[in-house]
Design a protein around this ligand. Structure first.
Ligand SMILES: [Zn+2]
Length: 277
Protein backbone atom coordinates (compact mmCIF):
# COMPACT_ATOMS: atom_id res chain seq x y z
CA UNK A 1 0.00 0.00 0.00
CA UNK A 2 1.35 3.40 -0.90
CA UNK A 3 1.44 5.66 2.12
CA UNK A 4 3.07 9.06 2.59
CA UNK A 5 6.73 8.01 2.24
CA UNK A 6 6.23 5.58 -0.63
CA UNK A 7 4.23 8.01 -2.77
CA UNK A 8 7.05 10.55 -2.37
CA UNK A 9 9.62 7.96 -3.41
CA UNK A 10 7.43 6.79 -6.31
CA UNK A 11 6.93 10.33 -7.66
CA UNK A 12 10.67 10.94 -7.47
CA UNK A 13 11.45 7.69 -9.31
CA UNK A 14 8.81 8.40 -11.97
CA UNK A 15 10.34 11.82 -12.59
CA UNK A 16 13.78 10.32 -13.08
CA UNK A 17 12.53 7.43 -15.22
CA UNK A 18 9.57 8.30 -17.44
CA UNK A 19 9.41 12.09 -17.51
CA UNK A 20 9.69 13.33 -21.09
CA UNK A 21 8.64 10.02 -22.65
CA UNK A 22 5.73 9.92 -25.09
CA UNK A 23 2.83 7.53 -24.65
CA UNK A 24 2.31 5.22 -27.62
CA UNK A 25 -0.75 3.33 -26.37
CA UNK A 26 -2.73 2.56 -23.25
CA UNK A 27 -4.65 -0.56 -22.24
CA UNK A 28 -6.85 -0.14 -19.19
CA UNK A 29 -9.03 -2.73 -17.47
CA UNK A 30 -7.49 -5.54 -19.55
CA UNK A 31 -8.12 -7.85 -16.63
CA UNK A 32 -11.29 -6.65 -14.87
CA UNK A 33 -10.89 -6.47 -11.11
CA UNK A 34 -13.83 -5.87 -8.79
CA UNK A 35 -12.04 -3.44 -6.51
CA UNK A 36 -10.21 -1.37 -9.09
CA UNK A 37 -11.91 1.97 -9.44
CA UNK A 38 -11.56 3.93 -12.67
CA UNK A 39 -12.51 7.51 -13.27
CA UNK A 40 -14.95 7.53 -16.17
CA UNK A 41 -14.68 4.87 -18.88
CA UNK A 42 -11.28 3.08 -18.92
CA UNK A 43 -11.82 2.25 -22.60
CA UNK A 44 -11.33 5.94 -23.33
CA UNK A 45 -7.94 6.15 -21.59
CA UNK A 46 -6.05 5.22 -24.75
CA UNK A 47 -7.50 8.08 -26.78
CA UNK A 48 -7.11 10.46 -23.83
CA UNK A 49 -3.42 9.68 -23.28
CA UNK A 50 -1.85 8.40 -26.53
CA UNK A 51 0.56 10.85 -28.09
CA UNK A 52 0.93 12.84 -24.88
CA UNK A 53 4.27 13.56 -23.29
CA UNK A 54 4.81 12.63 -19.65
CA UNK A 55 5.30 15.67 -17.46
CA UNK A 56 5.92 16.06 -13.74
CA UNK A 57 4.85 13.39 -11.25
CA UNK A 58 4.01 14.41 -7.71
CA UNK A 59 2.87 12.82 -4.49
CA UNK A 60 -0.55 13.73 -3.16
CA UNK A 61 -0.58 12.21 0.32
CA UNK A 62 -0.71 8.45 -0.41
CA UNK A 63 -1.52 8.96 -4.09
CA UNK A 64 0.67 9.69 -7.10
CA UNK A 65 -0.36 11.99 -9.91
CA UNK A 66 1.33 12.44 -13.26
CA UNK A 67 0.67 15.49 -15.45
CA UNK A 68 0.45 14.98 -19.22
CA UNK A 69 -0.43 18.39 -20.65
CA UNK A 70 -3.91 19.12 -19.32
CA UNK A 71 -4.57 15.41 -18.68
CA UNK A 72 -3.85 13.73 -15.36
CA UNK A 73 -3.04 10.12 -14.53
CA UNK A 74 -3.67 9.36 -10.88
CA UNK A 75 -2.85 6.19 -8.97
CA UNK A 76 -4.40 5.82 -5.53
CA UNK A 77 -2.87 4.01 -2.59
CA UNK A 78 -3.60 0.38 -3.52
CA UNK A 79 -2.07 0.53 -7.01
CA UNK A 80 1.25 -1.25 -7.62
CA UNK A 81 3.13 0.79 -10.21
CA UNK A 82 6.04 -0.83 -12.07
CA UNK A 83 8.39 0.32 -14.77
CA UNK A 84 9.24 -2.15 -17.53
CA UNK A 85 12.41 -1.87 -19.56
CA UNK A 86 12.32 -2.42 -23.31
CA UNK A 87 11.44 -6.04 -24.01
CA UNK A 88 10.39 -6.75 -20.44
CA UNK A 89 7.05 -8.53 -20.35
CA UNK A 90 4.14 -7.22 -18.25
CA UNK A 91 2.36 -9.59 -15.85
CA UNK A 92 -0.43 -11.61 -17.51
CA UNK A 93 -3.11 -9.77 -15.55
CA UNK A 94 -2.97 -6.03 -15.16
CA UNK A 95 -5.32 -3.11 -14.72
CA UNK A 96 -3.35 -0.43 -16.55
CA UNK A 97 -0.59 -0.67 -19.13
CA UNK A 98 0.99 2.23 -20.91
CA UNK A 99 3.64 1.71 -23.56
CA UNK A 100 6.01 4.50 -24.48
CA UNK A 101 7.36 5.20 -27.96
CA UNK A 102 10.85 4.03 -26.88
CA UNK A 103 9.57 0.51 -26.07
CA UNK A 104 9.56 0.92 -22.28
CA UNK A 105 6.30 0.76 -20.34
CA UNK A 106 4.46 1.40 -17.12
CA UNK A 107 2.22 -1.33 -15.75
CA UNK A 108 -0.17 -1.17 -12.81
CA UNK A 109 -1.80 -3.99 -10.91
CA UNK A 110 -4.19 -3.81 -8.01
CA UNK A 111 -4.12 -6.47 -5.34
CA UNK A 112 -6.81 -5.60 -2.80
CA UNK A 113 -8.33 -2.35 -3.92
CA UNK A 114 -7.10 0.76 -5.66
CA UNK A 115 -7.95 3.50 -8.08
CA UNK A 116 -6.63 4.42 -11.52
CA UNK A 117 -7.97 7.74 -12.70
CA UNK A 118 -7.42 9.43 -16.05
CA UNK A 119 -9.09 12.81 -16.41
CA UNK A 120 -8.64 16.34 -17.61
CA UNK A 121 -7.44 18.86 -15.06
CA UNK A 122 -10.31 20.05 -12.88
CA UNK A 123 -12.64 17.14 -13.69
CA UNK A 124 -11.87 14.90 -10.73
CA UNK A 125 -14.24 15.58 -7.83
CA UNK A 126 -13.39 12.43 -5.87
CA UNK A 127 -13.39 13.50 -2.19
CA UNK A 128 -10.20 11.55 -1.35
CA UNK A 129 -8.41 13.26 -4.22
CA UNK A 130 -9.60 16.71 -3.22
CA UNK A 131 -8.67 16.19 0.44
CA UNK A 132 -5.24 14.86 -0.55
CA UNK A 133 -4.64 17.99 -2.62
CA UNK A 134 -5.90 20.39 -0.01
CA UNK A 135 -4.60 19.28 3.38
CA UNK A 136 -1.01 19.80 4.51
CA UNK A 137 1.04 16.64 4.89
CA UNK A 138 3.63 16.03 7.61
CA UNK A 139 6.34 16.69 4.99
CA UNK A 140 5.27 20.33 4.80
CA UNK A 141 6.41 23.06 7.15
CA UNK A 142 2.84 24.18 7.75
CA UNK A 143 2.23 20.81 9.38
CA UNK A 144 3.74 22.12 12.60
CA UNK A 145 3.12 21.55 16.29
CA UNK A 146 0.33 24.18 16.33
CA UNK A 147 -1.43 22.54 13.36
CA UNK A 148 -1.13 19.16 15.07
CA UNK A 149 -2.76 20.63 18.17
CA UNK A 150 -5.71 21.96 16.11
CA UNK A 151 -6.19 18.46 14.71
CA UNK A 152 -6.06 17.08 18.23
CA UNK A 153 -8.65 19.58 19.44
CA UNK A 154 -10.97 18.93 16.48
CA UNK A 155 -11.86 15.39 17.55
CA UNK A 156 -13.70 13.69 20.40
CA UNK A 157 -11.19 13.06 23.15
CA UNK A 158 -12.31 9.50 23.79
CA UNK A 159 -11.16 8.16 20.41
CA UNK A 160 -7.97 6.11 20.25
CA UNK A 161 -4.71 7.46 18.93
CA UNK A 162 -4.97 5.11 15.93
CA UNK A 163 -8.43 6.50 15.11
CA UNK A 164 -7.06 10.02 15.52
CA UNK A 165 -3.99 9.63 13.30
CA UNK A 166 -5.02 7.09 10.70
CA UNK A 167 -8.76 7.43 9.99
CA UNK A 168 -11.15 9.98 8.48
CA UNK A 169 -8.43 11.38 6.19
CA UNK A 170 -7.37 13.70 9.00
CA UNK A 171 -3.80 13.20 7.86
CA UNK A 172 -4.17 11.90 4.29
CA UNK A 173 -1.61 9.23 3.43
CA UNK A 174 -0.89 8.34 7.06
CA UNK A 175 -2.22 4.80 7.12
CA UNK A 176 -2.02 1.75 9.30
CA UNK A 177 1.42 0.82 7.92
CA UNK A 178 3.48 3.86 8.90
CA UNK A 179 1.44 4.29 12.07
CA UNK A 180 3.08 1.35 13.86
CA UNK A 181 6.60 2.77 14.01
CA UNK A 182 5.40 6.31 14.76
CA UNK A 183 3.64 4.98 17.88
CA UNK A 184 6.45 2.61 18.80
CA UNK A 185 9.02 5.42 18.85
CA UNK A 186 6.63 7.59 20.87
CA UNK A 187 6.00 4.74 23.31
CA UNK A 188 2.23 4.97 22.84
CA UNK A 189 -0.16 2.02 22.50
CA UNK A 190 -2.39 2.28 19.38
CA UNK A 191 -5.54 1.90 21.50
CA UNK A 192 -4.74 4.64 24.02
CA UNK A 193 -7.50 7.24 24.21
CA UNK A 194 -6.14 10.58 23.16
CA UNK A 195 -7.48 12.27 26.32
CA UNK A 196 -4.84 10.23 28.16
CA UNK A 197 -1.99 11.65 26.09
CA UNK A 198 -0.79 14.72 27.98
CA UNK A 199 0.97 17.65 26.38
CA UNK A 200 4.46 16.30 26.98
CA UNK A 201 3.48 13.01 25.33
CA UNK A 202 1.86 14.90 22.46
CA UNK A 203 5.16 16.70 21.89
CA UNK A 204 6.89 13.34 21.72
CA UNK A 205 4.21 11.96 19.40
CA UNK A 206 4.45 14.94 17.06
CA UNK A 207 8.24 14.66 16.88
CA UNK A 208 8.05 10.94 16.26
CA UNK A 209 5.52 11.45 13.47
CA UNK A 210 7.72 13.98 11.68
CA UNK A 211 10.98 12.12 12.25
CA UNK A 212 9.73 8.62 11.42
CA UNK A 213 8.04 9.70 8.18
CA UNK A 214 11.13 11.64 7.12
CA UNK A 215 13.38 8.66 7.76
CA UNK A 216 11.04 6.37 5.82
CA UNK A 217 11.15 8.72 2.84
CA UNK A 218 14.90 9.26 2.96
CA UNK A 219 15.52 5.53 3.02
CA UNK A 220 13.37 4.93 -0.05
CA UNK A 221 10.17 3.75 1.64
CA UNK A 222 9.45 0.87 4.01
CA UNK A 223 10.88 -2.63 3.57
CA UNK A 224 7.32 -3.99 3.30
CA UNK A 225 6.53 -2.04 0.10
CA UNK A 226 7.97 -2.25 -3.41
CA UNK A 227 9.06 0.75 -5.42
CA UNK A 228 8.77 1.55 -9.14
CA UNK A 229 11.39 -1.09 -9.95
CA UNK A 230 9.80 -3.81 -7.83
CA UNK A 231 12.40 -3.48 -5.09
CA UNK A 232 11.56 -3.20 -1.39
CA UNK A 233 12.34 0.11 0.31
CA UNK A 234 15.42 0.54 2.50
CA UNK A 235 13.66 1.60 5.68
CA UNK A 236 13.66 -1.35 8.06
CA UNK A 237 10.36 -1.45 9.90
CA UNK A 238 10.53 -1.84 13.68
CA UNK A 239 6.98 -3.15 13.90
CA UNK A 240 5.35 -4.87 10.93
CA UNK A 241 4.42 -8.34 9.70
CA UNK A 242 8.14 -8.76 8.94
CA UNK A 243 9.27 -8.29 12.53
CA UNK A 244 6.48 -9.99 14.49
CA UNK A 245 8.65 -12.96 15.45
CA UNK A 246 11.54 -10.79 16.52
CA UNK A 247 11.99 -9.39 20.05
CA UNK A 248 11.10 -5.78 20.82
CA UNK A 249 14.08 -3.65 19.72
CA UNK A 250 13.86 -1.67 22.97
CA UNK A 251 13.18 -4.19 25.76
CA UNK A 252 13.61 -7.59 24.12
CA UNK A 253 10.03 -8.66 24.99
CA UNK A 254 7.34 -10.16 22.77
CA UNK A 255 5.58 -8.07 20.16
CA UNK A 256 1.78 -8.34 20.03
CA UNK A 257 -0.47 -8.26 17.01
CA UNK A 258 -4.19 -7.50 17.06
CA UNK A 259 -6.81 -6.70 14.43
CA UNK A 260 -8.06 -3.21 15.21
CA UNK A 261 -9.93 -0.59 13.15
CA UNK A 262 -9.32 -2.16 9.76
CA UNK A 263 -5.80 -3.55 9.87
CA UNK A 264 -3.40 -5.25 12.23
CA UNK A 265 -1.75 -3.22 14.93
CA UNK A 266 1.65 -4.23 16.27
CA UNK A 267 2.94 -3.08 19.63
CA UNK A 268 5.15 -3.94 22.59
CA UNK A 269 2.85 -4.20 25.64
CA UNK A 270 5.73 -3.16 27.90
CA UNK A 271 7.12 -0.19 25.95
CA UNK A 272 3.66 0.99 24.83
CA UNK A 273 1.41 0.68 27.92
CA UNK A 274 -2.33 0.79 27.36
CA UNK A 275 -2.95 3.47 29.99
CA UNK A 276 -0.83 5.90 27.99
CA UNK A 277 1.54 6.75 30.83
ZN1 LIG B 1 9.46 -3.32 24.37
Amino acid sequence: MLELPESQVMADQLNRTIKGKTIKSVTANQSPHKFTFYFGDPQKYDSLLSGRQVGEAYALAGQVEIALGDARLLFTDGANIRYLKEGEKPPVKHQFYSEFTDGTALVTTVQMYGGIHVFLEGQNDNPYYLVAKEKPTPYMEEFNRAYFETLYESVKQNISVKAFLATEQRIPGLGNGVLQDILFHAGIHPKVKIENIDETKRDILFKSLKKTLLEMKEKGGRDTEKNLFGVYGGYQTYLSKKTLEEPCPKCGGWISRQAYLGGNIYFCPKCQPLDGR
